[in-house]
Design a binder for this molecule. Structure first.
Ligand code: KG4
Ligand code: ZN
Length: 350
């Protein structure tokens, strides 16, 4: 079984060929970082045009590296949402066109489902498991119970974690993308120097919030007048620690809720670009370990956006006999849990 997966929902143009035995035959990712850097963030129109310019070449390169022809594929999967709609349309239309011309089935993949199922591709993990998805666009905790069966335990009420890293990096003049820059500065800083809030810590439920913390950083900068390089490093370290501690607190609650739903299950999976953060990883290892859970982290290249996760999610759905019509409309918003089933006491709103 061989599936081609396309990913274009944000600022990576990606295509991959994945096999049913979990072999990644090719995984080509073109980052648009340099196009967006001058603007300090992803510009949707620039992203869409860049996907349009590059996707056909990336698909050809993935097929070449996998040494397969379109005729060898069993299905074509493409991200059909959620994400920046211009880019999603480019990927979904390209996937549909390849499917139409080759007569292969088309599978419209939810980008979040791609992240959610990656640990089954990389680690062969069995259901159920708890997923922490922390990226520039998403911040949520999900019970992953089966293909198409996701229960959201918590989500951010305002910013995503990566967004907070990016904004704080901008305030501290550390460059873009912000997460790696904050982590690098924090390595030289004293995380105890500035007192910052731990948003949501100690509150019931599993929801996140980062805007108060972001504002506290802004006030600290304003109050300090000007910060020298050491001051910026100290503030980066204090911020990073506050994020890690508040996420760890939310995850602790989610593990307890998940364990009530699924006694005996013991895996916490982390995905998304912020999963690269070392302070966060250390906090998660400790939080999971204290509750008898193991932290499962796919290699970083498969934690951030890529085509392999889309091919794999398509493959999992196709194996269950699922595919989509060529009239499937791309969706800018597409929650994984349409009923938004929530646990009693698990947070306020989605
Ligand atoms: O998953 P991803 O590559 O793209 C999407 O948002 O879909 O995640 C990118 C986000 C950015 O906000 C970036 O600043 C953050 O992940 N990030 C980090 C680190 N590396 C990337 N945040 C904190 N620490 C890092 N080391
Ligand atoms: Zn993503």
């Amino acid at each position: 079984m061989l599936v081609l997966g396309l990913e274009t929902s944000c600022d990576e143009t990606a295509a991959a060929v994945v096999g049913g035995d979990r072999t990644i035959f090719a995984d080509v990712v073109l980052s648009q970082l340099s196009e967006h850097r001058p603007f300090g963030g992803v510009v949707p129109e620039i992203a869409a045009r860049a996907h349009l310019d590059h996707l056909d070449g990336i698909v050809a390169e993935a097929l070449r590296r996998a040494n397969v022809a379109i005729g060898d594929l069993d299905a074509i999967a493409a991200t059909a949402g959620p994400g920046l709609i211009g880019g999603v349309m480019v990927g979904a239309m390209t996937g549909k066109a390849i499917a139409a011309v080759s007569g292969k089935p088309f599978i419209a993949v939810n980008h979040l489902e791609g992240h959610a199922l990656t640990a089954r591709l990389t680690h062969g993990l069995d259901f159920p498991y708890l997923l922490l998805l922390v990226s520039g666009g998403h911040c949520q905790l999900l019970a992953v119970e089966g293909v198409g069966r996701y229960r959201r335990l918590g989500a951010t009420l305002d910013d995503a974690a990566g967004e907070a890293f990016d904004k704080v990096a901008k305030m501290l003049d550390l460059g873009y993308p912000g997460g790696p820059a904050v982590q690098e500065a924090a390595a030289r800083g004293d995380s105890a120097r500035f007192v910052l809030p731990r948003p949501m810590k100690g509150r019931p439920g599993c929801d996140f919030s980062f805007s108060g913390l972001k504002n506290a950083v802004r006030m600290t900068i304003a109050g300090a007048g000007s910060l020298d390089s050491q001051g910026r490093a100290d503030l980066a370290a204090s911020f990073q620690r506050a994020v890690a501690e508040s996420i760890a607190d939310r995850v602790a609650h989610a593990i307890d809720a998940f364990a009530r739903l699924h006694p005996g299950a013991g895996n916490l999976v982390v995905a998304g670009g912020v999963a690269a953060n070392k302070a966060l990883r250390a906090a998660l290892v400790e939080t999971a370990g204290a509750r008898g859970f193991s932290l499962v982290a796919p290699p970083l290249a498969l934690c951030t956006d890529n085509g392999a996760m889309i091919a794999w999610a398509g493959l999992e759905r196709w194996r269950l006999g699922q595919s989509d019509g060529l009239d499937f409309a791309p969706r800018p918003r597409w929650p994984l849990d349409p009923g938004a089933k929530r646990l009693p006491g698990a947070g306020v709103k989605a």
